[in-house]
Design a protein around this ligand. Sequence first.
Ligand code: ATP
Ligand code: MG
Length: 396
Amino acid sequence: MEKLILIKYGELTTKKENINLFLHTLKENIQFKLKEEKVEIKYDKGRMFIKGLKDNYDQVLLKLKEIFGIHEIVVGYELKSLNLEDIKKEVFSLLKDKDFTTFKVETKRSNKSIEKTSIEISSEIGAFLLKNKKGIRVDVHNPSLTIYIEIRTNGSYIYFETEPGLGGYPVGTLGKGILMLSGGIDSPVAGYMTIKRGVKLEALYFESPPHTSLEAKNKVIALAKILSKYNNDIKLHIINFTEIQEAIYKNIPHEYLITIMRRMMYRIAQIIANKSNAKILVNGESIGQVASQTLTSMKTINEVVNLPVIRPVACFDKLEIIEIAKKIATYETSILPFEDCCTIFVPDHPVINPDSKLCEEYEKCIPYKDLIYTAIKNHEILKITENDKKNFEELL
Ligand code: ATP
Ligand code: MG
């Protein structure tokens, strides 16, 4: 009998034709996450099996809980036999010294060549245990121990406890997106929610030195590093936005600063997306949160791009966003007090209902196409992985 980890897929099993793409990608993602553990991974359409583990189950379980596409994780035992007598003996040997009072057996028999039904198998194993172990009884409603038996094509599996996985789709199965990542609370959460749907993200940060500090940049890198846990690794594009922002500040009525600044960000994000073969832009906008996130503002800003813009937190309250930020451990970094380029140039009275035609007129006052071209040509790209030796949190 070999101790191993079983992965249950959940929603993935609803994928009919392209299920192999999902399972193959999940396998690759697990392999990437566990590359230091030297495990062997096999799968069929029902389960994935991780073998070759030493004594590192706890560590492996923690890592598996950071991988999207996993519905449940189970540490169990594989028996290279489909014979009920063998299964009974193994179940007994696993439980003879275990302390429990009530139990039930749940059998899943995906191998239909076995004659007995699942219910018959469960009751035979139950009866065998009752006969051989003192002080236990069956309780099908509220047992202190559930014994799961799965009889599959090549073997039988025994396990007792299941742990929840993150759900969602394996990252990469749904293509690529560009996340506009600021140092705030909302955009890392938006990124996490998008990765959950199988989208591999590249992040894009606009910095405005010297108006924004190196700490502000390191904060974004630290956030990208947290997101990289779920994204395998993450490419972070850093655009120097200073010249564009200063040109806007000097030439455009201040109530339109934010609207036009965000139109420039969107334009750049779309160019980066097209170069990276990304199909969507993602950001942390939330309806009504600030002047640039009224419906009219969103429309006026959105008009400069034609890629879909996904806003996962659009309909969340700030408190709901904060709850997720705490859960994924981006919150503590997000609330560090380093100014982002938006906050520095915020006017006293930003327009709430910006007019597109006016934006176009104002934009004629700045050579924005040239400025965008230069900013993209000179932009910095970092590849960030969760195991990066450089610890950006410490630089903050
Ligand atoms: P967050 O929304 O992440 O908490 P924020 O509230 O400071 O940060 P907003 O002004 O609400 O940011 O901007 C809305 C969205 O625009 C952000 O969620 C982010 O996706 C994007 N964004 C804002 N500033 C930047 C920036 N400097 N670099 C990249 N994206 C940005
Ligand atoms: Mg915000």
